[in-house]
Design a protein around this ligand. Structure first.
Ligand code: PXP
Length: 252
């Protein structure tokens, strides 16, 4: 039986954040990925940051081995640097999502500037695609960025939902509504340009429904909230609850 859309990619970075807080091996993000797969995650997402603040190189190797053996896609998030390009070319994850990265940021703030960075990004997209990875660009739902993503050869765009989530956190319904409209319009434009549409960042039980209901949404990537909530509920119930909210949003 086909699984319902959108797919749920579980980002396990913050299991590694907890592990690294004590410098040992526990909790192991790869064990977390295995538990997420058993709980019905459609994919595992991990961000190998330049500063290795959570996921490390050996985690990526072990995640790739696990995902290959479980036949679940590994989505490697990475900055558009030659170091990361080389690692991704060696690792051959099923999917790569290119994200902007600044050392001083707490998390990925804002989308990639594909318009300004075209000459730098397009060759990386091409090399990764030729190597067998499906490449996604993490952008804001801005018309020029969507066109540039298609022009750069990406097959997927992931729209940054951080500003939408933040507006709701601040109680600014009007702003959240405007951002949601832009995300909906962006999804239509991207699909018309032949791009698959994903969403991610800051999604929770409380704000996921309107995003999952967007008809073009094929995948949501969710990390921080699910890992945080699993402290209270356990990982499997947290994933199940997210999945059922997503399915209800789409199919009623
Ligand atoms: N998608 C992308 C491209 C991201 O960079 C992140 C954060 O690493 C996420 C999704 C997940 O965001 P969150 O951890 O807030 O759910």
């Amino acid at each position: 039986m086909r699984k319902p859309l959108p797919r749920l990619g579980v980002n396990i970075d913050h299991i590694a954040t907890i592990r690294n807080a004590r410098g040992g091996d526990h909790p192991d993000p790869v064990a977390g990925a295995w538990a997420a797969i058993q709980a019905g995650a459609d994919g595992i997402t991990a961000h190998l940051r330049e500063d290795r603040r959570h996921i490390r190189d050996d985690d990526m190797q072990r995640l790739q081995a696990l995902c290959s053996s479980e036949n679940v896609p590994l989505n490697m998030e990475m900055a558009a640097t030659s170091e990361m390009e080389k690692i991704a070319l060696d690792l051959k994850p099923r999917a790569v999502c290119i994200v902007p990265e600044r050392r001083e940021e707490r998390t990925t703030e804002g989308g990639l500037d594909v318009v300004g960075g075209h000459n730098h990004i397009a060759p990386i997209v091409r090399a990764l695609k030729e190597n067998g990875s499906r490449v996604s660009l993490f952008i804001e739902a801005v018309s020029a960025q969507i066109d540039a993503a298609a022009h750069a050869g990406a097959e997927v765009v992931e729209f940054h939902t951080g500003a939408y989530a933040h507006a709701l956190d601040e109680g600014d319904q009007k702003k959240a509504g405007e951002i949601l409209e832009a995300l909906r319009a962006g999804a239509k434009q991207a699909k018309a340009a032949g791009l698959e549409v994903h969403f991610g960042h800051g999604l929770t039980f409380d704000n996921v429904t309107p995003i999952a209901a967007i008809p073009e949404a094929m995948e949501l990537n969710i990390g921080h909230f699910l890992i945080g909530e699993s402290v209270f509920l356990g990982l499997e119930p947290a994933i199940n609850q997210m999945r059922s909210l997503m399915t209800k949003a789409r199919y009623g």
